[in-house]
Design a protein around this ligand. Sequence first.
Ligand code: KG4
Ligand code: ZN
Length: 354
Amino acid sequence: MTLIFLGIESSCDDTAAAVVTSERRILSSVVAGQSALHEDFGGVVPEIAARAHTEKLDHAVQQALDEAGLSLADLDGIAVTAGPGLIGGVLAGVMLAKGLAAGTGLPLIGVNHLAGHALTPRLTDNAPFPYLMLLVSGGHCQFLKVAGPEEFTRLGGTIDDAPGEAFDKLAKLLGLPQPGGPSVEADAARGDPARFALPRPLLDRPGCDLSFSGLKTAALRARDDLVRDQGGLFAQDRADLCASFQAAVAEVLVEKTRRALALCPAPVLAVAGGVAANRAIRAALEAVADAAGARFLAPPMALCTDNAAIIAWAGIEAYQAGRCDDMSLAARPRWPLDTRAAPMLGAGKRGAKA
Ligand code: KG4
Ligand code: ZN
C-alpha cells in the first residue's frame, strides 16, 4: 500500500514542509528560508529563527498540501524533525506536528534531522543497504555506514568545525554574502588554488577523523598578511584565497573518504548535506568512488540542503520499520545518530546548523 507522509523541518533557518509517498514521489516541497532575517547578525540568531518558524510553519504546511493537491485526510502519517538543532525551532515543528497528529489521529514520527540527510540516497536512487555516507553540512561532518533506516555506524568525523561552517566563516572574513559555501565556490571558480599553501589538517593521522578550524585560521592569517603588505584585498586575491581554501577542503575530504571506503568497503558512496552541493567537492569525491569501484550518489542540490522531503522520507522508512511516536515525543537539541560511538570533543557543538 502506498503511504503518503507530510514532513516538517524547522531545525535551523529553513521553514519547510513537504508531501512524499512511499513510492519515492515528492508531491510537494516548500522551503521558506530566513536569510534576510539573520543577515545583519552574521549568523543564525536562534530566537529570531524560532519566532519565524512559529509564524511560517502552518503556512508552509498548507502550501505543501495545496501544491500536492491533498488535504490532511489524504495523509497516512506526519514526520517531523525532532532534533538535533536549534531547540526553539525544533520545538515549533514538534508542537505543530503533535497538534496535527492529535487533531487527525494520524501516526506521528519524530525524525533525526541527520537521518533525513543520511537516507536521502534511498529517496532519490533507492540505494540498497549498506552504503557509505559522507554527511557534510553547516554543523556536521561525519562518515556513516548506513545499514538500515535506523542503523548507523559512525566511522569518523570532525573534531572541531564542520566544513560548511568553515566556508561560512571564510566568506564572512572576505566580506562575501552568506551562506558562505555558494559565494566561496563562485569566487573560487576565478581563482588559483595553488597560490596559498593552506594546511591539510589531520592527514598525518590515521583514521577518518577530520578538522577544519586550523584551515580557517590559516586563511585568516593569509588575508591579514595581504592586507598588511598591500593595504587591502584585490578581487583576484579573494578569488585565489577561495580557490586555495576549497582545494584544501576537497583534498582533506578526498583522502578521508578514501580511508573510510577502505575501512568499510561498500558498493555505494553517497554524499549529503549542504556542502555536497559544491561542484568541485562533488567531482573530487566521485573520482574517489570510481577508483574504489563504488557507485557515487549525490542528491540534486535542492535535496542536499535542508528541506522537508528528506524528513518525510525518513519518517516513512521508520514507520515501515515499525516505529511510531506518541505525544511524549521530545524535541532534542543534541541527538547523535550512532549512540555507541564515543562523543567527539566539540563535534557539532559550534554550528547552528545540523
Ligand atoms: O545541510 P545544510 O543546508 O544545513 C545544515 O547544515 O543542515 O547546509 C548548509 C551549509 C552552509 O554552511 C553552506 O555554506 C554550505 O552548506 N553550502 C556549501 C555550498 N552550498 C551550501 N558549501 C560549499 N559549497 C557550496 N556550494
Ligand atoms: Zn541539514
